[in-house]
Design a protein around this ligand. Structure first.
Ligand SMILES: Nc1ncnc2c1ncn2[C@@H]1O[C@H](COP(=O)(O)OP(=O)(O)O)[C@@H](O)[C@H]1O
Ligand SMILES: [Mg+2]
Length: 286
């Protein structure tokens, strides 16, 4: 069996763990980087990257598609879909990756299954956005396709003027009720198949309330909790991922899900808990 690991950074911790685990299990593994991706049609369909015929692989595990502009992301994604149609198992599935990458699509999926999530508005109307901020007093703005805590801003009645500029630039606003926490932190639960591989707190660095590790957050042990397990598994099922990272916030009404990451890093879980999710994912895929 020969598996591809789709990743843009070959030093990525999770990609390396997947590679090592696949090889350890007796499979062949190869890194694929979509910064070199070609497709030909007209005389049959061919999809290749650095001389590898991608349709010959027994499966592809997606760590990241790599990205620069919207055009090449669309091309990369469409190529992955084509491979899936050709019968190459893609993990996570392209549908679930698309749903997880789009915060509105995730919100809809959570809502559909009544998974608790903070009050949220997605809108192309500046007036509706301003009314929402007015109603709540303040809100968290997130880019619809945001990740690693990038581009997240706190919007208050006082600075809500900045929404006009954001909507001009991005065309859509995704706003969410602020969950106030004494110690700003979230819970990152890592789900593989129907198991909770582990859960960690990510504590925001001093002076910040954004707790992503990429924003300086620190991973800490979070003891396995039935509520975390139940919600994380449900959230993953809503989005349709085979494995995922689920972000939860502790609110006075209980835990609420804010994100399902369909291409999560396993590094934080390994640092805090010593659990190697790469091994679990590789075993599941094989
Ligand atoms: N509604 C919220 N209230 C308080 N903090 C939030 C809220 N939403 C996000 N955050 C903080 O911002 C971080 C990133 O948000 P998230 O929705 O997970 O986006 P990303 O995809 O960028 O990780 C969270 O881990 C949390 O620390
Ligand atoms: Mg997140």
């Amino acid at each position: 069996m020969r598996y591809g690991i789709l990743v843009s950074d070959p030093d990525d911790w999770t990609a390396r763990s997947l590679f090592a685990s696949l090889v350890e299990s007796g499979a062949e593994a190869t890194f694929i980087n979509f910064s070199s991706l070609s497709s030909r049609v007209g005389d049959g369909l061919r999809l290749s990257s650095r001389g590898i015929d991608l349709s010959s692989l027994d499966g592809i595990i997606v760590r990241d598609l790599g990205r620069s502009g919207s055009q090449d992301v669309a091309f990369r994604f469409e190529a992955l879909r084509a491979l899936e149609e050709l019968g190459v198992p893609i993990t996570n599935s392209t549908d679930s990756i698309a749903r997880a990458a789009n915060k509105f699509a995730t919100s809809l999926a959570l809502q559909r299954e009544e998974v608790p999530t903070p009050r949220t508005m997605a809108t192309t109307s500046l007036d509706d956005a301003l009314s929402f901020v007015d109603e709540l007093g303040k809100a968290v703005f997130k880019p619809l396709f945001g990740f690693k805590g990038r581009g997240i801003e706190l919007i208050t009645r006082e600075n809500s003027g900045s929404l006009a500029e954001i909507i001009d630039r991005q065309g859509v606003l995704y706003l969410q009720e602020v969950v106030e926490l004494g110690v700003p932190r979230d819970i990152r639960a890592f789900v593989v198949g129907d198991r909770l591989a582990g859960a960690i707190y990510r504590v925001a660095p001093p002076g910040s309330w954004i707790s992503n590790l990429a924003k300086g957050g620190s991973p800490e042990v979070c003891t396995d909790d039935e509520e975390v397990r139940e919600l994380a598994l449900r959230a993953g099922r809503c989005v349709g991922t085979a494995y995922c990272g689920v972000d939860l916030l502790e609110t006075p009404e209980g835990l609420k899900v804010i994100e399902v990451n369909g291409t999560p890093s396993g590094r934080g879980i390994f640092l805090a808990l010593g659990v190697d999710v790469g091994k679990m994912i590789a075993e599941m895929v094989i």
